[in-house]
Design a protein around this ligand. Structure first.
Ligand code: ADP
Ligand code: ZN
Ligand code: ZN
Length: 726
């Protein structure tokens, strides 16, 4: 017998299976989807079995035997193998990468160290008939102690087999039981609060539950605090009642630990949690809870969409507009697309939820591809907050560059009332630029076309793109002047300013303060316990958090995301502002929001302040239509990168010409142009943008382009279908 095996070789997307002989002793054991080790050239590699054959036609080379079978049971089941092929086809990624992305690190085919299950040993009473008699006669206090303990507590965890235990075992008085120990612990220190659902919530739950068994996609548009999470949990309860399983995706669990808590309170041990904050061993343990059938619910970030649950009853994607649902490296899949594929396989509905649905999803709902469900009011006592826009051009005239007068007044008011405040500033570090006042020279990264950010705590200038760091210098590198000024504002400086201005307890949450494991959770917990008055942070504070005492949210600079040159920047700004506003006034105390901006008439800011998603949607759709962008046109980003400056122009032109010559005339090919940041880490990047509605030459052309550059060592061509960013 023979097996076709796929292995990961090199970094390029080479897709090929290799045939090996199945040795006699493995013939009854091998299954499609199991991992094996094989000799490949001079190396020993791991791979997956994709096919088992009884005979081979023409062999013109010498076959080798499989060395070792790693898994007794397939780790890629039939659904996953099919799914991997579809993803490979749709994203132009190699099959092996598509299989690997579905697995936790411990189960990927690789030749790294293995992770094993961790077992705990327990002792329990065995032969209870002779127990009483034995205890009477027994002269050893240690034995007595253990036996009486077992009578009382039924079982004891042991760490080693000492002589006492060995003796008791020999007399059949006790037995040993091994149980798997799961290394991931999530804390649950509050109580599950059951709420009485309102009619709107009940109606959404009914509609989705009535579609169990049908592959159908719903879009739930519900304002922040409308009680969507409550709806999700009820739908999942219904699926469990029907003996089905459920996947619940959230943008990033480490940022939204409260959701894990709410789910584990409601569903106890019936959930597995998968996200990037787990260690490899924890992840492996959580994963096996799923494959062993021990849990019916999986809560996790993007890759949890591949959770190998069987009999899925519902797939839910919360905050469906979030860009992290799209993977930026190969395979460049979107969790929403995978959810829909899996829903077809399992014949189950998909529920996409958001307070600010992506334009693409809303457009599909408008076209009745998805069924639209709505929750327009907040569920509990809370009301949507009152939002005011502050024109920073006017404030600047008064000398207020960081905190405007209205924001200052409200901060003081809330502090006096001992309520909490969240301030959002979408830039970390102290200042964004160090500039010479004499000659205008700005401190730039030597490897990238970007200015360095000043970090005051560490007294370093850092590049946020390549990681370059250097000590802050006091003399201009160009003219030697010491008259250097830091322009722009980061979270570190904001924190410092606040400390000067107010006597308040302030905590900062950004990439710099959360690099250690568990740091997010610590900050969130301590803020929730009211150990701090003000939480300062980047967009990582905007999502999902629910602090009842927060009655003021301030957006320090709403322009940061607006000025980003991307067709989605208005949409992102609207989403960010709506989301962060949603953190205010979630309980009985009314909330207020201040948005500081230099673009006070911009529609995405004005409409976010009015909580008017639908008007924003209509306005933005008009612009997308005029400019031929998504969702009117599909967008593909082709990027061409190389270390060679001259070559970057030549290669980009070649790619651009090839696309223009080989795509339909109705398709637009823009570029090549230099990427937003032309040079990052000394790699030059150019790009072409393809906009199309329908193009039957597209697939083949992209395929050919991809194949052609796979073997090119100098130029890297990447194709991103429906990219997050341009
Ligand atoms: P969303 O996910 O839409 O932002 P949540 O599900 O987090 O909203 O609900 C917001 C708050 O309202 C939570 O504190 C939740 O417990 C509460 N809540 C949800 N549904 C109800 C209800 N029917 N009655 C009272 N409170 C509710
Ligand atoms: Zn200078
Ligand atoms: Zn750099």
């Amino acid at each position: 017998m023979y097996a076709k095996i796929i292995v990961e070789i090199g970094v390029k997307n080479v897709d090929k299976t290799f045939t090996y002989i199945i040795p006699n002793d493995l013939q009854n054991k091998v299954k499609v989807g199991c991992r094996v080790t094989v000799e490949f050239g001079k190396q020993i590699l791991e791979g997956f079995i994709l096919e088992i054959l009884n005979t081979l036609d023409n062999i013109d080379y010498e076959l080798k035997e499989i060395k070792e079978l790693i898994d007794e049971e397939p780790i890629l089941n039939k659904e996953m193998l099919e799914l991997g092929n579809i993803i490979s086809n749709k994203t132009l990624s190699s099959k092996i990468k598509c299989y690997q992305v579905m697995l936790p690190k411990a189960l990927k085919a690789s030749h790294k160290t293995k992770i094993n299950k961790k077992m705990d040993k327990y002792i329990l009473l065995d032969d209870t008939n002779s127990l009483e008699e034995y205890l009477k006669k027994c002269k050893y206090p240690k034995q007595k102690e253990i036996l009486t303990n077992l009578i009382k507590n039924k079982e004891l965890k042991i760490t080693k087999l000492d002589s006492t235990i060995k003796t008791l075992l020999k007399h059949n008085l006790i037995k040993i039981e091994e149980r798997e120990y799961y290394r991931y612990n999530y804390n649950t220190n509050s109580k599950d609060k059951k709420v009485i659902l309102n009619n709107d919530q009940q109606s959404v739950i009914n509609k989705v539950t009535n579609s169990f068994g049908t592959p159908k996609t719903f879009l739930l548009y519900g304002v922040t605090g409308a009680g969507k999470t409550e709806v999700y949990m009820n739908i999942i309860e219904n699926a469990i009642k029907e003996e089905k399983t459920a996947i619940m995706l959230v943008p990033e669990i480490s940022l939204t630990p409260q959701i894990v808590e709410r789910f584990s309170l409601r569903f106890n041990n019936n959930i597995a949690i998968l996200h990037s904050g787990l260690s490899d061993t924890e992840r492996y343990d959580e994963y096996r809870k799923i494959t062993s059938g021990q849990v019916k619910i999986v809560v996790g970030a993007r890759s949890a969409i591949f959770a190998p649950l069987t009999n899925i009853g519902i797939i839910i994607i919360d905050e469906e507009h979030t860009s992290t649902y799209k993977q930026d490296n190969d395979p460049k899949y979107h969790a929403r697309d995978i959810a829909i594929l899996r829903s077809q396989y399992h014949k189950c509905p998909v529920l996409l939820g958001s307070a600010t649905p992506s334009l693409e999803s809303m457009a599909r709902a408008a076209n009745k591809v998805y069924e639209l469900l709505t929750l327009t009011k907040r569920a509990g006592a809370g009301h949507l907050p009152k939002v005011s826009i502050v024109d920073m051009k006017e404030e600047l005239k008064k000398g207020n560059f960081i905190i405007s007068e209205p924001l200052d007044t409200l901060i003081k008011e809330k502090l006096a009332k001992q309520e909490q405040i969240i301030l959002l500033l979408n830039r970390r570090g102290y200042s964004s630029m160090l500039t010479c006042n004499k000659c205008g020279e700005t401190a730039k990264c030597p490897n990238c076309d970007i200015s360095l950010t000043y970090h005051k705590n560490s007294n370093m200038l850092r590049c946020h793109y390549c990681g370059y760091a250097t000590l802050k210098y006091n003399k201009c590198k160009a003219c030697g002047s010491t008259d250097l000024k830091d322009y722009g504002l980061g979270t570190e400086r904001l924190e410092e300013e606040l400390k000067k201005k107010y006597s308040a307890r302030i905590i900062r949450m950004d990439m710099d303060t959360t690099s250690k494991k568990g740091a997010h959770q610590k900050i969130i917990d301590s803020f929730a316990n009211h150990e701090y008055d003000i939480l300062v942070g980047t967009q990582m504070i905007a999502k999902g958090l629910d602090f009842p005492l927060v009655t003021l949210v301030g957006v320090i600079n709403a322009d940061a995301s607006l000025n980003f040159p991307d067709f989605r920047s208005s949409e992102r700004t609207f989403q960010l502002l709506s989301q962060v506003s949603g953190r205010a006034g979630r309980a009985d105390k009314p909330g207020e929001v201040i948005i500081q901006t230099y673009n006070n008439n911009h529609y995405s800011i004005v409409l976010a302040s009015k909580h008017d998603y639908l008007s924003f949607y209509l306005e933005e759709m008009k612009i997308r239509k005029q400019l031929n962008y998504s969702p009117y046109y599909y967008i593909i980003l082709v990027s061409i990168s190389t270390k060679d400056y001259e070559l970057s122009f030549k290669a980009a032109k070649k790619v651009g010409d090839y696309l223009r010559n080989n795509l339909s005339p109705t398709t637009y090919v823009l570029g090549p142009t230099m990427a937003n940041i032309f040079r990052i880490n000394n790699i030059y990047k150019q790009q072409c943008i393809i906009k199309y509605k329908q193009d039957n030459k597209l697939k083949q052309t992209l395929y050919n382009l991809n194949e052609h550059y796979k073997t090119n060592n100098k130029v890297n061509v990447e194709i991103d279908i429906n990219p997050n960013r341009l």
